[in-house]
Design a protein around this ligand. Structure first.
Ligand code: SF4
Ligand code: SF4
Length: 814
């Protein structure tokens, strides 16, 4: 064997009965044109194509009917001319018997092509244009998985592809579609390879074919004459056709676990895909048909057909002479990796390389699965060097981490392990289910991770917004402090305003600065941050500056000119004194006053002294009040003052353990009270003796009060339902009070009040009862009407009750 023909072996592998002779003895035939074609929108890995036709639209053969929907997607084309009759759910080739969105076209029998516009010379196209052409022709891998070819060609744009491998292996039993294609269309195959080689410029092109296809090998070798493409033939073994296995056989290089061939500079394409590329680039034809094997002992005429994509499987099998009485199991694909079709209504799709109509004797149902005996046969058969029995146990226990650690995703689902298993364990089914579970979980985790990221981003946004707000607040505070400081340093400007007005303004500012400082101090107490500390320091400085400005202004403020010693001025002076006293008293209560507070106390004392002096001056200037008779007014005022002082004193005296300030205040109040009482006595002595009142007035008043009290006592007892024994003395007391009043009236000398007797009807108990019943019935009805869950019967009863009560009330004649 020359170096050029060197091949390598792969681990594992099996040799099942090939059964290829059933279908490889006749040339490819053209399948009849079906009346109706079903085009599922998903015939590839990736996003479903998007329909670009509407129901009722006429389409020609090769016309695009659905566009690629995203990068990993391919368009679809009408396989024949006809009319779009339906777009929606249709049977789909899947083991579950599921439906999937599809475009349904009724053929018009004309099979009329759309105008084909292949490029004059593809070599003049840019690589991007050539890739677009391949993509727009709707080409995806025809060997099995259906990955969009244009995407595969650009899988690792930065990785140079040095080896292009063309897969002509077709290792699975029964399937001969690629064999026949290589035999009959080797020239087109080589032309397709040439296009690919032009596109990716590999250093070598290797065509791998198993040695069980001598005619195909000969045909491809002949077609490759004049090219430096190497046709490499190797012994038949299943599953040599797996992409990673073929790479290993032809190059001796292993694709790393979880990696792609492109990672090691290798690209693999199926022979069918190469022919489809030829058709698209050189003829301008999109992918609308494929060669598929119709085989199995239930068919009278097995063989290979070129069939339109979308042809119902039942029609193809009928063409191959299906004997439904013999049909036991219909498989799409081969017996190792294919899946059972539950219906003949599903269409042929781009990845359908075989339809196997088997009899019961041909593919008997597997015996019931038995427990694993740890024979190790499966591990020996595995071409991916996995431990199938371990994977099986991990899959049973849903140990996902272990499954991943044991490279479950390197399993190509070839079924070699299950084929050799003496316990007939359907191992591949376990692996498929476990892979699906893991993918679903990872999808969920990905979603959760996205949600978490969104949440964290939101928190970050909020934090930044808060920071910005804080900065703005700080800027405002600084501005305010600067403005206050400027005002404090600008006494000239302040003096320009009327003195009172300026003082007032300064007071307001000092107060606002104080409020802002207190607020910031509170925030600082709650959240001790360096920003807040700095802010508090600034605000304190501003407040001090404002306070100083106010103190300076007050100190330099001109002493108010003595006002006309009128009543008004006197009153104002008194108020000033009172206010200053109050402020001073408040400040004097502060325990351990700081320097500022002490300064403020001193200032207030000064002001108070000045105010008291001003008051004394005013009082001296004021004309001596007309000698009033020590009348009622002065007496009344003195009484009120004494009473107020008493009340204040009593309140303070109630405090248990008064502190020093409180004791001082109590002493002060006692002193004041003593003076007030003395003044009151003096006034009372000066007052003229009150005019002798008619002796009866006081007595009359007292008698009236007594009567009212006795009446009230009696009413209260009656309302409380007191018995007659208790009521009797009260009635007697009332009578006595009435008589006392009459006597007082008689001696008072006043005319006796005119007595008006009003007749009050006695209480009608029945009328009262009827009214009460009507009121209760009304209230009950309202309550039920407010409750949404009330049954209609209950409502009806309540209405009847109210109507009856009202009727009785209306009809009542006292
Ligand atoms: S071949 Fe079957 S019985 Fe043997 S070890 Fe593998 S799974 Fe177990
Ligand atoms: S199905 Fe997976 S585990 Fe079994 S032999 Fe094939 S690659 Fe190995």
């Amino acid at each position: 064997m020359s170096a050029q023909e060197k091949i390598w072996d792969i681990p594992g592998g099996i040799h099942p009965a090939e059964r290829k002779e059933l279908s490889n003895r006749t040339p490819i035939q053209q399948a009849p044109l079906p009346k109706r074609l079903l085009l599922p929108l998903v015939q590839h890995i990736g996003a479903a194509a998007e329909p670009c036709v509407v129901v009722g639209q006429r389409v020609r053969k090769g016309e695009k009917v659905a566009t690629a929907n995203g990068v990993v997607s391919v368009p679809l084309h009408a396989p024949t001319s006809g009319t779009v009759v339906f777009i929606g759910e249709q049977p789909y080739p899947h083991a579950s018997g599921m439906l999937a969105p599809a475009i349904v076209i009724d053929s018009d029998g004309l099979d009329e092509w759309v105008e084909l516009t292949p490029p004059a010379d593809y070599r003049s196209l840019e690589p991007g244009e050539l890739l677009t052409l391949i993509r727009e022709a709707g080409i995806n891998g025809l060997g099995g998985a259906g990955f969009p070819t244009a995407v595969k060609l650009t899988a690792r744009p930065t990785q140079k592809i040095h080896t292009l491998i063309i897969n002509g292996t077709e290792c699975e039993p029964y399937i001969t579609a690629d064999d026949l294609l290589m035999r009959e269309r080797a020239a087109e195959l080589v032309a397709g390879i040439k296009i690919l080689a032009h596109l990716i410029q590999p250093e070598q092109v290797l065509i791998g074919i198993e040695d069980n296809k001598p005619e195909a090998i000969a045909a491809v070798r002949a077609a490759c004459a004049g090219h430096d493409y190497q046709v490499r033939v190797f012994p038949t073994k299943y599953p040599s056709g797996g992409e990673k296995q073929l790479i290993q056989i032809l190059t001796g290089v292993e694709v790393p676990s979880g990696g792609l061939p492109a990672d090691i500079g290798i690209l693999c394409q199926n022979v069918g895909t190469c022919v489809a590329i030829h058709d698209a680039v050189l003829l301008g034809k999109p992918l609308i048909s494929r060669i598929t094997t119709l085989t199995g002992e239930a068919l009278a005429r097995p063989g290979n057909v070129e069939a339109l994509i979308g042809t119902p499987v039942g029609e193809l099998l009928a063409f191959a002479g299906l004997d439904t009485s013999k049909l036991n199991r219909l498989i799409m694909g081969g017996p190792m990796m294919g899946f059972t079709l539950p219906s003949l209504d599903v269409p042929l799709i781009k990845t359908s390389n075989c339809l196997l109509a088997s009899t019961a004797a041909e593919l008997p149902p597997p015996p019931p699965a038995m427990p694993c005996i740890r024979c190790g046969e499966c591990a020996e058969a595995c071409p991916a060097s996995l431990l199938p029995q371990q994977l099986h146990f991990f899959a049973l226990g849903q140990e996902h981490e272990q499954l991943k650690a044991h490279n479950l995703f390197d399993c190509i689902e070839c079924g070699a392990c299950a084929y050799v298993c003496p316990s007939s364990i359907p191992l591949v089914q376990y692996y498929r289910a476990a892979k699906a579970e893991i993918r679903e979980l990872e999808q969920k985790q990905l979603k959760a991770e996205h949600s978490k990221q969104r949440f964290e981003q939101r928190q970050e946004r909020l934090r930044r917004a808060e920071e910005q707000k804080e900065a703005e607040r700080k800027a405002r505070a600084e501005k305010a402090a600067r403005a206050k400081a400027a005002q404090a340093e600008a006494p000239v400007a302040a003096a320009a305003a009327p003195a009172d007005e300026a003082l007032k303004k300064l007071k307001i500012e000092a107060s606002m600065a104080q409020v802002a400082l207190k607020k910031a101090e509170k925030q600082l107490a709650a959240h001790d941050t360096s920003e807040l500390q700095a802010q508090v320091a600034e605000l304190r400085a501003a407040a001090e500056a404002a306070q100083k400005a106010l103190a300076d202004a007050q100190a330099t403020a001109p002493v108010p000119a003595p006002k006309p010693a009128g009543d008004e001025a006197l009153k104002k002076a008194k108020i000033d004194v009172a206010m200053l006293k109050a402020q001073l008293r408040k400040l004097e209560k502060t325990e351990a006053p700081d320097d500022d507070q002490q300064a403020e106390i001193a200032r207030l004392r000064q002001q108070l002294e000045a105010a008291e002096k001003a008051l004394v001056d005013l009082q001296n200037q004021a004309p001596a009040p007309a000698a009033k008779p020590a009348g009622d007014e002065a007496l009344k005022k003195a009484k009120i003052e004494a009473a107020m002082l008493k009340a204040q004193l009593r309140k303070l005296e109630k405090i248990e353990n008064p502190d020093d300030d409180q004791q001082t205040e109590i002493a002060r109040l006692r002193q004041q009270l003593e003076a007030a009482e003395k003044a009151l006595v003096g006034l009372q002595n000066q007052a003229p003796a009150p005019a002798a009142k008619p002796a009866g007035d006081e007595v009359l008043k007292k008698a009236k009060v007594e009567l009212a009290m006795k009446r009230a006592e009696l009413k209260k007892a009656e309302k409380a339902g007191a018995d007659e024994a208790d009521l009797q003395p009260l009635r007697a007391a009332l009578t006595a009070a009435e008589q006392a009043l009459h006597a007082a009236e008689a001696t008072s000398g006043k005319p006796a009040p005119e007595q008006v007797r009003t007749e009050r009807p006695g209480v009608d108990e029945k009328f009262k009862a009827l009214k009460t019943e009507a009121a209760f019935a009304r209230a009950d009805l309202r309550k039920l009407e407010r409750d949404e869950s009330t049954a209609s019967e209950a409502l009806e009863q309540a209405r009847t009750r109210l109507a009856e009560a009202e009727r009785k009330l209306n009809e009542y004649q006292p």
